[in-house]
Design a protein around this ligand. Structure first.
Ligand code: E9O
Length: 595
């Protein structure tokens, strides 16, 4: 799905700002049919949860957003549509009294076509209902329970707060009726020549197309007039490299006789990503990942996208010497990927399929009696929603050079009998949608390689390990021995690249100790030093992304002190001691395992 852009043939009008706001509840009935009662206003983009007093933090169900929208009178003969970058987790969009679209899945964009409903110059009432309810059939999963007061509460198995609402941008857009509808590019390299193979979907009578590839200096380096598919070769191509981004503009122009009817430009990078034995190659060179599992999470705004926080996060990552991050545990705002594209940061792009571990995940703190994959929990409908989450992720992010891998789930119960039947079709689907990027997942510590049932399906095996923290707590010497033995077994049994995609220890800023004291800054730092010694001894390890970049909000829990404290930075992005430990290692390592 193409991002809305503003150019000679298309317009984008931001609908960000304060909207009228109303949480659903008794007495609220079809609120889209008139002005929302009350005085609440909610900023878009932002999660609503932390904004209001009395608190709406634990609201379960729908909230209503409303504003008036004017269709510009100059938008004659145009397709007019709304674009929501995300509505977490389900959005229902009403224009005046009418439902125009409904979308399930909290972290991917959707559109509502208004063309048949509105005329240029109209002013319409736009009302959006956003539900945060999760069930055993949604991705991520959750469950409603009734508390002793008869109130509905939401339970979920992921360790980050269920921030909800309109946390990303909303736009009113126009595009021509005859238009470019989608573009997919796949790049390759042969010697010094780069190639850009494209597929372009158009709507409307096919006229003439001119497709140009333009370099950063503004020079056209290749062109084509072939639709719907073709290849443009670039002799002496400048590659998109980790740490040295180079972007070409891929521009499509559609003409009717000699009149320009539509134009769409995409910034792309020429690069390859391949697996060779136990190595991961970017542009045919072994690439060692350093960096972070992250979250979209800041005080007050929750998961609300914010360019200032984003730029600062990238600056801090660069300062630590990181070359990559994972969009744990859901697709991030597209602005984040655009930024990574422009700055040469490597991304592992993840679906929201987190918490598919009721059996053991629930079992860490819960009963452990349930089975995750089967008719009663993650069933066929769950899998269909998971499929959809994969489709929407790949569809949105397929053209980003920064994205080098798909991570289709985090810590499922991959040792359970039903896991293989559940995941095999999902891995196949991912490969079908994108033949160029490796597919990975992350394995949970309770599933050792001997009990693992899905790892062989993937190109790269992601591991999340907490030896010295959740197990062997405070005992880094024992943890080191066990970690090394276990990693050796993963390497021997599967012979594939291994990425450590989570490892970390909760740490309270300012707590210092000369002893190996869990929760202290000193312990977090020693914890990382121990892991790094082990990684350097295991050939198959091709990268390390610590858990987590920054402290982040979670639901209540006896292990959670105002959220998860495994950040290397605090929630307001001040460094803990470990940030310096990582920096001295990663700056030296660059992109090379053996440096
Ligand atoms: C997922 C991530 O979202 N992995 C968790 C992270 C954490 O900090 C969470 O924030 O808890 C770790 C799961 C580790 C489970 C290992 C437990 C072993 C006990 C025997």
């Amino acid at each position: 799905m193409l991002k809305p852009i503003d150019n000679a043939t298309r317009e984008v009008k931001s609908l960000n700002g304060l909207w009228r706001f109303l949480p659903d509840g008794p007495g609220v009935n079809q609120p889209w049919t008139g002005p929302l009662p009350g005085k609440l206003e909610c900023p878009v983009p932002s999660s609503y949860n932390d904004l209001f007093v009395p608190s709406l933090r634990d609201h379960v169900g729908t909230v209503w957003y409303q504003r008036m929208v004017t269709i510009p009178s100059r938008w004659e003969d145009q397709r007019v549509f709304l674009r929501f970058d995300a509505a977490t987790h389900e959005g229902s969009v009403y224009v005046n009294d009418r439902l125009v679209t409904r979308h399930v899945g909290g972290y991917t964009p959707f559109e509502a076509d208004l063309t048949p409903l509105v005329s240029p110059g109209d002013e319409v009432r736009l009302t959006v209902g956003v539900s945060n309810i999760l069930s055993n059939e949604t991705i991520p999963p959750g469950r409603l329970v009734t508390d002793d007061l008869g109130k509905t509460q939401l339970r979920y198995w992921h360790d980050f707060f269920n921030y909800s609402g309109l946390a990303r941008a909303v736009y009113l857009c126009s595009s021509p009726m005859t238009r470019v509808d989608d573009i997919s590019v796949v790049t390759d390299i042969a010697g010094s020549t780069g190639s850009v193979r494209y597929d372009i979907a158009t709507v409307g009578p096919a006229g003439k197309a001119v497709i140009d590839l333009i370099d950063e200096a503004g020079m056209t380096v290749g062109s084509s007039e072939t639709l719907p598919a073709g290849t443009i070769n670039v002799p002496d191509a400048t590659l998109w490299q980790p740490g040295a981004a180079y972007l070409y503009t891929f521009r499509v122009r559609l003409y009717h006789t000699s009149r320009l009817v539509d134009e769409y430009s995409l910034r792309i990078g020429i690069r390859t990503i391949t697996i060779s034995g136990m190595q991961i190659l970017i542009n045919d060179r072994p690439f060692y990942f350093t960096g972070f599992g992250k979250h979209e999470d800041t005080p007050v705004k929750g998961k609300g996208h914010d360019d200032a926080w984003m730029v600062h996060d990238f600056e801090l990552m660069k300062w630590t010497g990181a070359n990559s991050f994972r969009t744990s545990h859901y697709p991030y705002a597209e602005e984040v990927l655009d930024y990574a594209d422009r700055h040469g940061v490597v991304v592992i792009d993840e679906t929201p399929a987190v918490g598919l571990n009721l059996n053991i995940g629930g079992g860490i703190f819960g009963s452990g009696k349930n089975v995750t994959f089967g008719p009663d929990f993650a069933n066929d409908r769950t899998r269909q929603n998971h499929e959809n989450a994969i489709r929407e992720l790949v569809n949105r992010d397929k053209n980003h050079p920064s994205v080098v891998m798909w991570c289709i789930t985090n810590e499922p119960d991959s040792g359970e009998a039903g896991a293989r039947a559940y995941f095999e079709p999902l891995v196949h689907l991912t490969r079908q949608l994108d033949t160029t990027r490796p597919v990975t997942y992350t394995n949970l510590q309770m599933v050792p390689p001997e009990q693992e049932r899905i790892a062989d399906l993937f190109d790269v095996i992601g591991l999340n390990r907490y030896r010295g923290w959740y197990e062997e707590t405070g005992d880094l010497a024992t943890a080191e021995i066990r970690l090394e033995k276990e990693l050796q077994r993963w390497q021997t049994i599967f012979g594939k690249p291994l990425l450590m995609l989570e490892y970390g220890a909760d740490t309270v800023t300012g707590l210092r100790s000369i002893h190996q004291l869990p929760w202290s800054e000193d312990f977090q730092s020693s914890f990382y030093e121990m892991y790094h010694k082990v990684f350097d001894r295991i050939e198959a390890i091709q990268g390390e992304q610590v858990w987590n970049f920054a402290d982040f909000g979670t639901g209540p829990g006896i292990f959670r002190v105002d959220g998860n404290r495994k950040g290397v930075f605090s929630r307001d992005r001040r460094p803990k001691t470990a940030a310096y430990t990582l920096r001295s290692r990663w700056i030296q390592k660059g992109n090379n395992k053996n440096a």
